[in-house]
Ligand binder design. Structure first.
Ligand SMILES: Cc1ncc(COP(=O)(O)O)c(C=O)c1O
Length: 385
């Protein structure tokens, strides 16, 4: 690994991942848990998270890309890995060769998977993804019987599951989730009438698993809940702990006179003499440029301090107030997301300020920020926050 000189890093607590998956498993049993570790485990680091999720009780992993599945296989992970969308033809060949479970929704993809498996002399699992109303990917319900029959008829394929994805499960009172579930169950009944009964039926993302118990079926596919966040912060049916903290060390502290302005655009003007701390993280790393204008804060010395002015590409400035308002020195730890003393800043807080969701805040943390794995141990063996 290249040596890292910049004092800025993400900490990922594998104990929290294990505990979250264990809590989800207990909640949804007898359904199983599939930990969704696409997008480098929502920027937490896929390999370490995948291992911790399996230790916590996940029976499946899910990824978006063949490349992501291959990386997990190359790291020695041999658990079932589900591809959430149909890959390109060449991607299908590679997925079969790497024993990744395909989700298919077109006849051509099923035929390609059958040929790839036959030529390798293996049996490949294919799951049929049906679009029940999200209208992203999946076959139309009316197409499902022919596609399922094609999977079942191919000697080199195994029909592993019928599944769908929800569009509004994070809105607990929205009637559309029940409609999507009913459509999935109707398709399953039609397939059943043709003697096509896959071992698994699944639909729920984190919001489904947490807020719509009927949708848990045989397996829930949890991304955000694995990482300790609730899909809707106002509904928390189970205790989850955020696994990720984002930290840096103060690189420079300067005292400026009242009336001076800070950063590009000179939009943050000091009303009093103030100490400005420079933290070595910027928008390239995933701190949105407009976070200061949105009221963004950072923890230093256990206190909330406002971000002073426009976030720049590699650095941001913090207003630590006049001398006397708490100590601040070069080398002090600054927490962008996470806990410090009695204070905590969450990805949900950023999301609320920025008009987005915790997913986008977490996934934006760039690859230039090193990930440090910490491990607070097994659930129950530590105090839960
Ligand atoms: C098909 C599918 N299933 C499950 C998930 C996990 O969603 P969540 O992070 O809300 O649990 C995703 C993520 O977007 C997805 O695309």
């Amino acid at each position: 690994m290249t040596e890292v000189f910049r004092p800025a890093w993400v900490e990922v607590d594998l104990g929290a991942i294990r505990a979250n998956v264990a809590a989800l498993s207990a909640l949804v049993a007898p359904a199983g848990v599939c930990a969704v570790v696409k997008a480098d485990a929502y920027a937490h680091g896929a390999t370490a998270v995948a291992r911790a999720a399996l230790e916590g009780g996940a029976s499946w992993l899910a990824v978006a890309l063949v490349e992501e599945g291959v990386a997990l296989r190359e790291a020695g992970i041999d658990a079932p890995i589900l591809l959430l969308s149909e890959p390109t033809p060449e991607g299908i060949d590679e997925a079969v060769a790497r024993d990744l479970t395909l989700s298919c929704y077109r006849a051509k993809a099923i035929a390609r998977a059958a040929r790839a498996a036959a030529s390798l002399g293996v049996t490949a699992e294919v799951q049929l993804k049906v679009d029940t109303g999200m209208h992203r990917v999946g076959c139309a319900p009316a197409e499902a019987p022919a596609l399922a029959a094609a999977i079942a008829a191919a000697p080199s394929l195994r029909f592993g599951a019928l599944w769908t994805h929800f569009a509004v499960a994070d809105e607990p009172d929205h009637p559309f989730t029940a409609r999507q579930l009913a459509r999935l169950e109707e398709v399953a009944a039609v397939l059943g009438a043709h003697g096509l009964r896959p071992p698994l039926l699944h639909a729920a993302n984190s919001a489904g698993a947490l807020l719509h118990p009927r949708s848990r079926l045989d397996l829930v596919r949890c991304g955000i809940a694995t990482y300790g966040y609730h899909p809707t912060p106002h509904h928390r049916p189970v205790a989850l702990s955020p696994a990720l903290s984002w930290k840096a060390k103060v690189q420079l502290v300067r005292e400026l006179e009242a009336g001076e302005a800070v950063s590009y655009g000179l939009r943050y003007r000091l009303e009093r003499r103030s100490r400005i701390a420079v933290v070595p993280l910027g928008y390239h790393d995933g701190v949105p440029r407009r976070l200061a204008a949105a009221g963004g804060e950072v923890l230093i010395g256990g206190r909330r301090r406002p971000i002073a002015g426009t976030v720049t590409m590699d650095q941001l400035m913090i207003d630590c107030g006049p001398a006397g308002e708490g100590k601040v020195a070069v080398g002090d730890e600054a927490v962008l997301i996470g806990r410090q003393g009695a204070e905590a800043i969450s990805a949900d807080e950023w999301a609320q300020r920025l008009g987005t969701i915790s997913y986008e805040v977490l996934c934006a943390i760039g690859p230039r920020v090193p990930r440090r794995v910490v491990d607070t141990g097994w659930p129950g063996a530590r105090a839960r926050g």
